[in-house]
Write a protein that binds this ligand. Structure first.
Ligand SMILES: Nc1ncnc2c1ncn2[C@@H]1O[C@H](COP(=O)(O)OP(=O)(O)OP(=O)(O)O)[C@@H](O)[C@H]1O
Ligand SMILES: [Mg+2]
Length: 328
């Protein structure tokens, strides 16, 4: 018993005193109790070990969750700084022009009317640019934070496509662009018509902006059975906006829908700040559709998006609509 007691004191709890025959009742009971005590000690230690290892697992789990949260915080901090730097830059550029031309107008007593008109026009354009940037930013921020107000109604998507084309009509005519539609059947959707028109205006506006004069833009609507690259099955309307412009180089394709992203070939050469596609994506995602860039074999650019097709029958005039429209 002394030897086993020493083993236990040294941490080896598995040893037991052998019950030899011939022990007196009292001694036998003592041995029994001693062994029971050793067994309980051993069981307690095993239980402690299990708890300890569970605790360690928990600590490891929590540490790794904290590390991930920390990394996310650092990343969002970095994005915030980057975002602020971009916004400051985007606001500073037009503001510098506005201040410079306004100063000239204030300081120079007599200035030829033509020059004055030109300077005022620059101030006007740059102020409009700032105002658009702020409107776009606020709109994007409201959508991202779930604060935007949406007004859903059932309508034929063809009507909204035509409305977007009509808004851009004068600009298309000025650049002598050819616009054609392929919209054979009614495409009922339940959506915010103004927002969907905004997406179409953004895509058409890009095609108009980046294509050469006399270029072609096509809009095609189609009833399909999958949402797009995610391949969720269901009833969808697929909208394609096709142009024969310079296309989007492979290195830009992954980031084209990011806020403020502008392709290296086009950056600084056109109006805009790189928010149109980011806003369009948010609008389409809100409607449970998808928006993506296709890779046309023949050059140019093809943007596609889908919207869930409205299942309830709506009375549409089912006039056949396949026309070519040259705004001029
Ligand atoms: N149809 C197109 N053809 C060629 N490049 C395009 C086309 N559409 C978009 N891009 C590229 O994608 C970039 C991002 O487009 P997006 O509409 O988000 O911004 P933007 O047109 O530059 O500015 P904004 O829309 O804020 O006026 C563009 O700057 C351009 O580089
Ligand atoms: Mg744009």
């Amino acid at each position: 018993m002394g030897k086993v007691a020493n083993q236990i004191a040294g941490g080896n709890l598995s040893d037991r005193v052998l019950q030899c025959g011939g022990l007196s009742d009292e001694l036998g009971e003592l041995v029994c109790n001693f062994n029971r005590m050793a067994s309980r000690l051993e069981a307690n230690r095993d239980e402690m070990n299990v708890l300890h290892s569970r605790l360690e697992d928990k600590v490891r789990e929590r540490t790794s969750a904290l590390e991930i949260a920390n990394r996310k915080l650092r990343e969002s901090d970095r994005q915030k700084s980057e975002f602020l730097a971009t916004i400051s830059h985007e606001l500073r550029t037009p503001l510098t022009s506005i201040t410079a031309y306004a100063e000239i107008l204030v300081d120079s007593g007599s200035i030829e009317p033509e020059k004055r008109a030109r300077f005022l026009s620059i101030i006007n354009t740059e102020a409009a640019r700032m105002s658009r940037l702020i409107t776009d930013l606020l709109s994007l921020e409201r959508i991202e934070n779930g604060m935007a107000r949406w007004q859903a109604s059932a309508f034929d998507l063809r009507e909204v496509v035509k409305a977007a084309a009509a808004v851009l009509g004068p600009a298309l005519a000025e650049k002598r662009m050819h616009l054609s539609f392929t919209m054979l059947e009614a495409q009922p959707v339940l959506a915010d018509a103004d927002r969907i028109q905004e997406v179409l205006t953004n895509l058409l506006g890009n095609a108009l902006k980046f294509c050469r004069p006399n270029g072609h833009i096509g809009i095609a609507l189609q009833h399909v059975s999958a949402s797009g690259p995610r391949n969720a099955s269901g009833d969808y309307v697929r909208i394609e906006v096709i142009d024969d412009g310079p296309g989007i180089p492979p290195e830009d394709r992954d980031q084209i829908f990011e806020k403020f992203y502008q392709g290296a070939n086009t950056r600084g050469r056109h109006s805009g700040v790189g928010l149109g596609l980011a806003i369009s994506r948010e609008i389409i995602l809100h409607h449970k559709g998808e928006i993506w860039l296709e890779l046309p074999q023949t050059g140019g650019t093809v943007f596609c998006f889908t919207l869930p097709r409205h299942s309830t029958a709506i009375e549409f005039q089912s006039k056949v609509l396949e026309e070519s429209y040259t705004p001029a």
